[in-house]
Design a protein around this ligand. Sequence first.
Ligand code: SF4
Length: 368
Amino acid sequence: MTEFKPALFNEWELTKRAKEKKLQPFKLKQIFFELYKNQNTERDTLTTLSKDLRNELKEHFDLLAIEVIETIEAEDTTKFAFKTRDWHIIEAILMYHRQNEKYVKEDKPKLNRITLCISSQVGCAMNCLFCVTWKLWFKRDLTWEEIISQILYANTYIKKRFWKKEDGTNNGIRNVVFMGMWEPLLNYENIRKSLEIMLQQDRFSLWRRHITISTCWIIPWIEKLIKDKVDVKLAISLHAPNQELRNKIMPVAKAYPLEDLMETIDNYVKATDNRIFYEYIMIKDLTDKPELAHQLVKLLSKRLAHVNLIPYNENPAIELKESPKNNIQIFKKILEDWNVTVTVRDSMWREAKGACWQLGYEKVKEKF
Ligand code: SF4
């Protein structure tokens, strides 16, 4: 197997090298400051490091473990396609949330916060009926270096595009969601290591509450999260309130019965006191029927839950259709009437083909 150079932010490799070269510890701090806090991930911008040091680093380290090959910019999103060093393509999406227009007098609402949706695997093995990502087939798990590289690269892009906030600090990623090409929990050890770096004060220093792992209910790994006390937000791709419909649209459900899943989630809530986000896809004449809303109420009304209704994002490889707006409103009202908190997710990310179940869209489109 081809050996690649470690990424520059790999502190274990960097520390080893620093010992061999008798580098003073402050130089390492300087490198990490440039990458994580100053949001510089291009060699010619690392000007606080001496030329000799930069040459030395260039010889032994890659700056990042992936390379951007395409950037698609839309008004409220940017989608990046990255090439891994063994020639796979993965995608990540930046999403710009702006201030509520009601409170803003200017033409364009100001940037409020930025979320990055990252990939944790190349392709996906889950075969969900409504998704194009699995049609690229599962290739491999991403390494923690490849996961962290997506965040570092996106932060550099944000710095260049939006520069400073009014208070003089850099704009940067506030939220990270593991909702790209996945299933993240099947790549548990790399996710765990990435989370450690995301939460570290002198690295990204993200808040726990600003990191979300989205899973399609792999029960043993949710149990592992409980055991390891991994206390970040959990989103469950539920998409159906009964076993029969779940089996039909998400084959993984056959291995993990709904009843067992809910028991495991109850244990997770008991251990963390975290509210669970349930993702529910709105597909015309399939998941949007009022009787299913009532079943969802029965399943969730006594639980610490929030439901995200996600209008289906259509694509040419799959015949399913998005629910009409009226169906979505009727479904939402049923949940609200029974005090289940619910939001309808904005579909603004479709423009860059960066919405749910569209990752890999361009590659899949070529085949149809
Ligand atoms: S919806 Fe998610 S879990 Fe299902 S095939 Fe697509 S990427 Fe995989």
